[in-house]
Write a protein that binds this ligand. Sequence first.
Ligand code: C5P
Length: 409
Amino acid sequence: MLRNKEIILGVTGGIAAYKAVELLREMVKRGANVHVVMTKNAQQFVSPLTFETLSGNPVLCEMFRLFRGSKIGHVTLADIADLMVIAPATANILGKIANGIADDLLTTMVMAMKVPVLFAPSMNVNMWQSSFVQNNVERLKAHGYQFIGPAEGDLACGGAGRGRLADIAEIIEKIEDIFTKKDLQGQRILVTAGPTLEAIDPIRYITNRSTGKMGFALAKMARRRGAEVTLITGPNYLSLPRRDIQQISVHSAQQMRDVVMEYYEDCHIVIMAAAVADFRPQNTLQEKIKKTNGTYILKLEKNPDILKELGEKKGEHILVGFAAETSELMENAGQKLKEKNLDIIVANDVTQPGAGFGTDTNIVKILDVRGRVRKLPLLSKDEVANIILDQVVKLVRKKQRNLPWPRNW
Ligand code: C5P
């Protein structure tokens, strides 16, 4: 997403300036060409050499250098940039820009920017809460400047509260968001993720190897593309780099079913990426089962098939299912597509290295109701999520215009 993007990273003089180094690395890792601009005060915290080494570009601190020494010559950075990020943004820089002051290279550049400018503020909690800073933030927002954070937590000045630089993952997510076309705007999407956990007794349970990564990737990408997202998850250890996704935690398949049903009518699209347990213990015991000699027979009964139930009352919904298989992948997936009345099924041979549970990558085939198959190579789960959502967008458009099924996959 950030490949070949020209990004200006403005660093101002706060203790969180050291975190801007990590932000730079993450942007470079994603393929961006980053030009760092530092204020005089920022140089007290981190040496320009650090940013210069990691960005591979000269760090700009003074007006004159921009026009003389740098390889971009007379073309100003403001003209070539796709985005400017100021992280950390101090109370001082917010105040200066909100009041139209341009007395150094960074503030002058901000004034000349025609592309989005993102501020990641970081300061003492009382400074952040001061009416001066709050007024300046409002003013900047009214001018179209964007903000991420600050976050709550321990502060470098001692104490705790809102004032920490947002997590680097959240800043990166915000940057990716700014560059993403909002082709799912207006759509409400329900995504399920993770395993379900079926209790045997108060201590033990049955579950499966799903970690929730595929569902989380789908939820994140759908939100990035403008959808309103509700993510219903079984137990997992994952965190989302955004706070604008409604997350509901459940344990058992029955609980997942109940929550899904509650939200179903109100959504347009359901993507069931959860590995819902097919069976649960017939009786969940209230007391721990005592260790005895010999065998212990556990009787299982079927869990509700959530997706099948959704398919039976499909209406205008778009339904996407997953089929994790260890054999006869396509036959099984095709059958589930029909049985559950789905629009798309994502077939996943979990025996392949790099595919299925727990990995950051996946190898899938996407089948539609017309029997068409799109085979994808080994890709990150984020990439797979985006391709699945591309198909969903086509279905949404078709529905909106009442067109026949899309011809090009
Ligand atoms: O039938 P099978 O479990 O293989 O189908 C997989 C698809 O159905 C997945 O999308 C999964 O989330 C969903 N499913 C469900 N309820 C179940 C079992 C699976 O919704 N009890």
